[in-house]
Design a protein around this ligand. Structure first.
Ligand code: 23J
Ligand code: MN
Length: 263
């Protein structure tokens, strides 16, 4: 294959609109929903703050700029292996040391929107992934697997997005065997549309928070609060999601996007 020609064809199709770029990120600001940990873990990530330095005024007559206060794990964001204790030893497990080639990869989109609407605690199992593969094709090594729940439609309300009651948060996610299976398939990462990569009830699983515990133990990645997965094909899109190059960072907000053929 003539790689130079493929890249040239890709460039023309991108410019003509035959290949479309879909925005997979949520707005990032003071109203962005944030994770609330159980009370025994006292410290939560802080509310996002955007402070004006100047806006064509005495502090900067010709320029506008802001400074930010923002946790790494805020809004649509990337989880690096060092985020979890099981992934702490990987030298290439930080936002500044992960190979950039891992930020561009094919994506498999598993539609769990109907199940998640019917049951907010819906869990995708290994059997669920296998049934999806039987229909759409095998998950390949180096590919993302993302769980479509249409949870992004709740992103304008932290209450609806977190969906918590006295028993804790109710949001869909993966089982332990689901994550074990996609690691075995060679998936590079696991993504969801909820506040984190794990289900609301994942604290009670064994191990707790399997998407974090097992993916990061395998030096793989996570993506949370993804938007617009309802516009992607089950297979065939390319996901681009690069964290900021934060020194020893454990994650970062990302502008996630997908390249898809125009319908
Ligand atoms: C810290 C502690 C537990 C969890 C998380 C962060 C996340 O979901 C995250 O944003 O990575 S579950
Ligand atoms: Mn995170």
């Amino acid at each position: 294959m003539d790689t130079q020609k493929i890249l040239g064809d890709f460039a023309s199709q991108l410019l003509s609109g035959a290949i479309q770029v879909v925005d997979l990120s949520a707005p990032l600001g003071p109203d962005t929903p944030l994770l609330k940990l159980p009370p025994d873990f006292a410290v939560d990530t802080p509310k996002i703050e955007i402070h004006t330095i100047s806006e064509y005024d005495k502090n900067g007559p010709f320029w506008a700029w802001n400074w930010l206060k923002i946790g790494e794990h805020s809004g649509t964001h990337f989880d690096a292996p060092h985020h979890w204790i099981t992934g702490k030893e990987f030298a290439d497990g930080y936002t500044d040391t992960i190979d950039v080639k891992n930020y561009v990869a094919p994506v498999n989109v598993i539609d769990c929107s109907a199940e998640s609407a019917a049951d907010n605690d819906f869990l995708l199992t290994a059997d669920g992934v296998k049934a999806w593969e039987a229909k759409h094709g095998a998950i390949g090594r180096g590919e993302w697997v993302v769980m479509r729940t249409d949870w992004d439609k709740r992103n304008n309300s932290e209450e609806k997005f977190l969906n918590a009651d006295a028993n804790g948060p109710h949001s869909p996610g993966p089982t332990v065997d689901c994550i074990e299976y996609i690691i075995e398939r060679g998936a590079i990462g696991w993504g969801t549309q909820c506040i984190g990569t794990d289900a609301g009830a994942a604290g009670g699983m064994e191990p707790p928070f399997p998407a974090h515990n097992l993916m990061h133990k395998a030096n793989r990645y996570g993506l949370a609060s993804l938007c617009n997965l309802d516009t992607l094909p089950a297979k065939g899109a390319i996901l681009i999601a690069a964290p900021l190059k934060i020194v020893k960072g454990t994650g970062s907000p990302v502008r996630a996007m997908a390249l898809v053929p125009k319908k």
